[in-house]
Design a protein around this ligand. Structure first.
Ligand code: HEC
Ligand code: HEC
Length: 406
């Protein structure tokens, strides 16, 4: 995962830009003006509708109180694209050596994680980062645990597809045509690709694969937990109050309907992207994180960003152990103990150091007293964010008969 965004985009000829973020507010203004001037049949108007309304597979539940995610104008979402993307997501033909699919690291039953601290790519390399949940990724203002400039899922997805340091799916210049040919040769994909990209004379391209995968991944919306349905126990409700208390401070960083931060919806005009150091490491007592992964610092080289990561969503957190960017905390109970202590003190070994004293740690992680009952209440609140309908929803499941899927 250490491939800088620029390398990936250069190799694939795909342009990383800011259109997604900059165009949204502008297009809303223009549409407002067009509506005011009575010019309703304009192409702008129908373009915007096409971004979302075609897709009945991308939908919100009545309970969740979510708004729709922002959809980039260059990749309007449709049911046909989501359906193609779902097939590709579960298809090992998408990896160079046909051994891995996206599902290898993102399993539905685990809210699209893999239960491992660190996964391995298709060539057997161990990655330095924990497989992220794909719960509500459509709303993330930036992608990956650490990178502040990957702001569109389309750009991020080229990394597992084509990254070479380390190799994940292992698509490269030498095998791209062979990989695409596997889909061209398949009658089912012939119709899936042409329905998803009806205007393309040859729809079999890596960019279209990427657009379809992004469309499917965007449709993975989880908004049907006990919390959303108001079906929480008394203990979970007490835990909710603790979560939102100034004593525990969780809500400062895990906020909004996605219990994340930097949440971007179709209504967001000025996305904020905040990254925090929560005191996991303190190598050499100078605040360093292990070389492999130092958070936002890796992009900015600014020591204030040392160990700063994007606060992940806490939805389905019960299902996505082990925790943190490197999978270094095994259980939720231990995560809560870490916050109560105001960081993690590692007493011996390669990564020893007192994270509680990390000079770059956020002031919101300052430690607190927690009784066993309060800990259980907070855990029950986190468990109330588990969405069983999400992890069993047939829209998100493997579309292939079982002998093809492994
Ligand atoms: C070998 C394991 C592996 C494979 C295969 C894999 N991923 Fe991932 N995925 C990861 C890891 C690890 C991260 C975190 C990367 C980081 O922080 O740099 C991640 C991050 C992501 C993210 C960003 C999530 C967020 O919240 O920012 C998305 C989206 C994603 N993967 C989708 C996919 C799709 C789609 C595929 C198939 C094309 C795929 N992944 C294949 C391991 C994998
Ligand atoms: C200063 C901001 C901040 C505060 C306050 C905070 N968190 Fe976090 N949280 C983060 C960040 C950043 C990460 C990811 C850190 C990493 O991976 O290195 C994280 C990670 C987590 C994780 C692991 C997520 C995963 O997918 O592995 C859990 C669980 C969690 N926090 C729960 C809480 C709870 C409960 C509280 C309150 C007691 C809390 N957080 C307070 C910023 C914060």
């Amino acid at each position: 995962m250490s491939v800088p965004a620029k390398d990936v985009t250069r190799r694939t000829g795909y342009v990383l830009n800011n259109r997604f973020v900059l165009n949204k507010p502008a297009s809303f203004l223009i549409i407002l003006l067009l509506l005011l001037s009575g010019c309703r049949e304009s192409s702008f108007d129908s373009n915007l509708e096409q971004n979302v309304d075609d897709a009945s597979l991308l939908r919100l539940s009545a309970q969740g109180g979510f708004v729709l995610p922002a959809i980039p104008e260059e990749n309007p979402i449709s049911d046909a694209k989501i359906t193609l993307g779902r097939h590709l997501f579960y298809d090992t033909r998408l990896s160079g050596n046909e051994t891995q699919s996206c599902e290898s690291c993102h399993e539905q039953a685990l809210a699209f994680t893999d239960g491992k601290a660190l996964p391995q790519g298709s060539m057997g390399h161990t990655l330095v980062l924990n497989s992220q949940t794909l719960t509500n990724v459509a709303y993330n203002g930036s992608y990956t645990w650490w990178n502040p400039i990957l702001i569109r899922m389309e750009d991020q997805l080229f990394i597992p597809m084509t990254g070479d340091d380390p190799v994940e799916l292992g698509i490269n210049d030498a095998n791209t045509q062979a990989v695409l040919q596997r889909f061209r040769d398949d009658d089912n994909y012939q119709s899936l690709f042409s329905q998803a990209f009806p205007d393309d004379s040859d729809p079999f391209s890596l960019v279209n694969v990427n657009f379809a995968l992004a469309s499917f991944t965007r449709s993975l919306i989880s908004d049907r937990s006990a919390f959303d349905k108001g079906e929480m126990s008394e203990s979970a409700r007490r835990g909710e109050a603790l979560f939102f208390s100034e004593k525990m401070e969780c809500f400062h960083c895990h906020n909004g309907f996605n219990f994340s931060s930097s949440t971007v919806t179709e209504n967001t005009r000025f996305p904020e992207r905040v990254f925090f150091n929560n005191g996991l490491y303190n190598l050499n007592s100078n605040g360093s994180y292990p070389d492999a992964i130092q958070g936002k610092f890796k992009v900015t080289n600014d020591w204030n960003d040392m160990g700063a990561f994007r606060p992940p969503t806490l939805r389905n957190i019960e299902l996505t152990a082990p925790y943190m960017h490197d999978g270094s905390i095994a259980t939720l109970g231990e995560v809560l103990d870490m916050y109560a202590a105001g960081g993690r003190n590692i007493e011996s070994g390669e990564f020893s150091g007192d994270g509680r004293l990390n000079p770059f740690k956020s002031d919101f992680v300052s430690g607190f007293e927690m009784t066993p009952e309060e800990k259980q209440d907070l855990l029950n609140f986190l468990f109330s964010l588990t969405d069983n309908e999400f992890i069993t929803d047939p829209r998100f499941s493997n579309p292939f008969p079982s002998e093809l899927s492994e």
